[in-house]
Design a binder for this molecule. Structure first.
Ligand code: SAM
Ligand code: SF4
Ligand code: SF4
Length: 370
């Protein structure tokens, strides 16, 4: 029933949304021992903290989301309350996923497996120790591989299908020639899938050269095609074909493959008295069914705003009903409804098309995550 109510909100986009969000992204911590070169954390987190289980429960109980992603600007597994959060949310009807570097074994694999976790995304941006250290700052490749293998082996031993294990790869200059090898590694590790995403530059524009040096559309497309062939040969599930479609049709437009600074896509209409109109996506539906909550309880529209000043309220201090349809939320929805970007960084976001009901439900049910 809540899926249907949220689906209707996504379709009709009212300014006031009756159904509470069915998806939450909650940031469990802003602590992290790694120093990944593409991560915003170091730049934006001054004083790291953990969310307490009590704080988490206070937020969760107000909304009772159907899907919960535990991830943010930190390493999820360093918060020892994470397992309690997963267990509590799962028992209360949420399908829970989290993202981790798996570089440190703060939480034993068995506890994670038994917690009710549905999906574990493991960030692995390299196929060898040198590239791993180059991208992620520490010499932990072998440990990460060992942790993933141990988790996959334990699942088989216990004859348990969940959590679904998925490698997450941020494509950037340092690893673009390793995409195929990463697919092979995923197959060897016997994980369930590999998800690739282009490096996002919002908030770290000064790193554009460092992260995208030498990347050209041809090079990226060629590497994605090779990796896609490898995945097909090995029967490994990936999102490479979707990415290829996205990359080909937006060639020169997504930040990763453009050597130029990001720009708003401006549609120059035939001469007219009106100024050129910004051609913007009108298909962002996040503020109608989803919510991002920082480690301090601040409410944001989505993860892209995690480090920005924009906030709609605080769920550790206020009630959800005082926030979900407040003036700030309604203004934000209004801007999206008018087909504009609420923030210039939205141009870096690649939401899927949300205009038909099937896509809405595919998004809401299957492809949420961080
Ligand atoms: C911020 S991390 C938090 C979870 C955990 N610390 C980890 O690394 O998996 C969430 C995901 O964002 C990815 N990520 C970090 N910086 C990124 C960027 N500039 N563009 C796209 N993804 C990025 C990470 O690789 C990771 O898969
Ligand atoms: S492990 Fe995750 S949070 Fe930590 S620096 Fe890397 S991407 Fe950022
Ligand atoms: S960044 Fe902008 S377009 Fe993307 S999900 Fe957030 S609000 Fe929507």
């Amino acid at each position: 029933m809540r899926y249907i109510q949220s689906g209707l909100a996504v379709l009709f986009k009212p300014l006031r949304v009756w159904a509470l969000p069915i998806h939450l992204i909650i940031e469990p911590t802003t602590f992290c021992p790694l120093k990944c070169r593409m991560c915003k954390r170091e730049k934006y987190v001054d004083t790291p903290s953990h969310m307490s289980f009590e704080g988490f429960k206070k937020i969760f109980d107000q909304i009772k989301p159907l899907r919960l992603t535990l991830s943010g600007l930190g390493e999820s597994l360093v918060n020892s309350a994470l397992v309690d959060m997963i267990r509590y949310a799962s028992k209360n009807g949420a399908s829970v996923s989290t993202t981790s570097s798996m570089a440190l074994a703060h939480i034993p694999a068995e506890q994670l497996i038994m917690s009710g976790l549905k999906r574990l995304k493991v960030s692995l941006d390299a196929a060898d120790p040198e590239t791993y250290q180059d991208i992620r700052g520490l010499d932990l490749f072998d440990r990460v591989i060992g942790n993933i293998r141990a988790m996959a082996t334990l699942k088989r031993k216990l004859n348990i299908q969940l959590p679904h294990l998925c490698l997450q790869v941020v494509i950037q200059s340092k690893n673009v020639s390793q995409l195929s090898q990463i697919v092979e590694l995923a197959h060897d590790l016997r994980v369930n899938a590999v998800s690739f995403r282009p490096v996002g530059l919002a908030g770290i524009e000064e790193k554009r050269d460092e992260l995208t040096a030498g990347l050209t559309p041809d090079k990226i497309i060629c590497q994605i095609k090779m990796a896609s062939d490898t995945a097909k040969r090995l029967g490994m599930k990936t999102n490479l074909n979707d990415l290829l479609a996205e990359t080909s049709c937006k060639s020169g437009d997504i930040s990763l493959i453009s050597p130029r600074p990001p720009r708003l896509r401006v549609k120059i209409s035939p001469p007219s008295p009106r100024p050129p109109r910004l051609r913007v996506r009108t298909d962002c539906s996040f503020p109608w069914f989803s919510m991002y909550i920082t480690v301090e309880g601040d409410v944001k529209p989505c993860c892209m705003f995690s480090y920005l000043d924009t906030k709609f309220g605080n769920l550790l201090q206020e009630d959800i009903h005082a926030i979900w349809n407040n003036e700030k939320y309604q203004q934000f929805r209004q801007i999206l409804r008018q087909g504009k970007y609420p923030d210039v960084r939205c141009q870096d976001c690649v939401p899927e098309k949300m205009l038909d009901l099937a896509a809405v439900f595919r998004r809401v049910i299957g492809q949420l995550g961080h």
